[in-house]
Design a protein around this ligand. Structure first.
Ligand code: PEP
Ligand code: MG
Length: 550
């Protein structure tokens, strides 16, 4: 067994035979010509052929990988027609009195070299596109024909580098994975591999000779490794992983678009937790009903200084618009404890988890709080936003928050800025104090969302950051279970809804209990939504309650 390591650009496992991709090399010779006009006409004709091929490829790619994945072939058409490129090739034909093949190959080499020496990775990635269109024109000049993989069974395609057109021309059903010796993560081949959901590794020093061709291999797109001639242990381990992956995928596919409703008709909202806008793709991909926890402090943690109102507004607006009317719950900043941003200049504390954090910082720095509230409220005009406040311990705090929210609303009215006048306000229940006064709190707000991570640490007196206490940390502790039941009941007594956004919400062994307690929402990491949906639709809550004597 030999292991080659590269950079993974798309996750997944592939097991199969290697097929070394044979490029259709054009052996270009420099030939003197008399009639340079005829040569230029041949070049013009080859360009036309190349463009009609690219149009056909575009259509094929739209069907297979969608509009955005296909865009590259529109870009290639523009490159074939690029004035600078044409001018360069034509002047070589004219000035040197040479054949079109030589002029095109030279121009392609020069342009590709220029791009590959550019500083920005994006432009360096475009060198492959230049070589791709150059090959295409040369191919047209030679009278056509396409390269490819010679195999009847699906294979792991190993190549020096792959041009986007080569990638898309391949029969998708025959490809298990792409592995390239060169290539950039930014290249369109990587982008296409991702869109096709095929495990792909680049920058992998695998030999492109007979040595590899036809050999059995495992591509691990999680580790970025290729195992050629894998031993029995590796093969068995990777097969197991592959099966798990396939199971997950088919689960995803089958459950998309289904309602989260139990066998006896009880509904629950399954929302996603996110930390930034990069997670939005996953939210949509996993069919989340909304966002139940946007940890807004990540905007602050990723900034060098306090993010401005406009910067925040742009982010919240993007999230609201992407979710297109589905609920987006933005939690106001939960800085402090383990989440430190230098520019806040928070004092050193003996016990930061019980220190100046979250809503306490907002009260002591009202300008920071108001800036965030203005940004959230302004974004609420573009979708369905709710605001949630962390680390609440008293009714007074909630009353104070509501006064501040009203002040900000008034400011926006004065400035003539629109916002959702009926915006929902909720609080996180993550302190034992909040649990004990849940009835009083529920009268003040529209919803509760239980932060089980902090609620467990404060209830069990176990620092959630301290690994050496892991054995003592029992998230299923009966005290926590009792609290969860109390919270949902208190909310419902006062017409508020209740959800869970801590990690426990994703614990499949408790989904039935959460349904039995009457939770209205679970907000979990996007990849957990469909597995929970599966449990929900397989559960009969009234029977479960009878069975458990609930
Ligand atoms: C929680 O405490 O459960 C929670 C969701 O908030 P965080 O993990 O961000 O503290
Ligand atoms: Mg918390």
């Amino acid at each position: 067994m030999i292991i080659y390591e590269g950079k993974a650009v798309f996750e997944g496992i592939a097991i199969g035979k290697i097929s070394v991709y044979k490029k259709q090399e054009q052996a270009v010779k420099r030939v003197k010509v008399e009639d340079t006009e005829a040569e230029k006409a041949r070049y013009a004709e080859a360009r036309e052929t190349a463009i009609s091929e690219l149009k056909a490829l575009y259509e094929k790619a739209v069907k297979e990988v969608g509009e955005s994945g296909a865009e590259i072939f529109e870009a290639h058409q523009l490159m074939v027609d690029d004035e600078d490129y044409i001018e360069s090739a034509e002047s070589i034909i004219e000035n040197e009195g040479v054949n079109a093949e030589y002029a095109v190959a030279t121009t392609g080499d020069n342009f590709a070299k220029m791009f590959s020496e550019m500083e920005e990775e994006y432009f360096r990635g475009r060198a492959a596109d230049i070589m791709d269109i150059t090959e295409r024109i040369l191919n047209a000049l030679a009278g056509g024909g396409a390269g490819g993989i010679e195999s009847d069974e699906p294979v792991i395609v190993v190549a020096d580098d792959l041009a986007p057109s080569e990638t898309v021309q391949m029969d998708k059903d025959k490809i298990l994975s792409f592995v390239t010796v060169h290539g950039s993560a930014n290249s369109h081949t990587s982008i296409l591999a991702k869109t096709m959901s095929i495990p792909a590794i680049i920058g992998c020093p695998i030999p492109l000779s007979e040595e590899s061709d036809g050999k059995m291999a495992v591509v691990d797109g999680f580790e970025g490794k290729v195992y050629v001639d894998p031993d029995a242990d590796i093969l068995a381990a990777k097969k197991k992983l592959l099966l798990e992956e396939e199971e997950k995928k088919s689960l995803l596919e089958r459950l998309k678009g289904k309602e989260n409703v139990t066998l006896d008709g009880q509904k629950i909202n399954l929302y996603a937790n996110i930390g930034n806008t990069k997670d939005l793709g996953l939210v949509l991909e996993n069919d989340a009903g909304g966002i139940g926890l946007f940890r807004s402090e990540f905007i602050y943690l990723g900034s060098e200084d306090y993010p401005t109102e406009d910067e925040q507004f742009a982010i919240y607006k993007q999230v609201a618009q992407t979710l297109a009317g589905k609920k987006v719950i933005i939690r106001t900043l939960d800085i402090g404890a383990d989440k430190q941003a230098d520019y806040f200049k928070l004092p050193e504390e003996e016990n930061p988890a019980m220190g100046l954090r979250a809503i306490r910082i907002c009260f002591t720095r009202p300008e920071v709080f108001k800036t965030q509230l203005r940004a959230i409220l302004r974004a609420s005009a573009f979708g369905k936003i709710s605001i949630m406040f962390p680390m609440i311990i008293s009714v007074d705090e909630v009353k104070k928050i509501k006064i501040i929210v009203e002040e900000v609303k008034k400011e926006l009215d004065d400035d003539g800025l629109s916002y959702d006048k009926n915006i929902e306000l909720g609080i996180m229940i993550e302190t034992p104090a909040a649990v004990m006064i849940a009835d009083e709190l529920a009268e003040e707000v529209d919803f509760f969302s239980v932060g089980t991570n902090d609620l467990t640490q404060y209830t069990l007196a176990i620092d959630r950051q301290n690994q050496s206490l892991d054995d003592f940390y029992d998230p299923h502790h009966p005290a926590i279970m009792k609290m969860l039941k109390m919270i949902a009941e208190a909310a419902h007594r006062h017409d508020a809804w209740a959800g869970i956004c801590g990690e426990l919400g994703a614990d499949l062994s408790l989904t039935k209990d959460f349904l039995a307690m009457g939770y209205d929402e679970l907000s979990v990491s996007p990849g957990r939504i469909l597995p929970i949906r599966k449990t929900v639709i397989e559960t009969n809550v009234s029977e479960y309650k009878k069975e458990k004597g609930l």
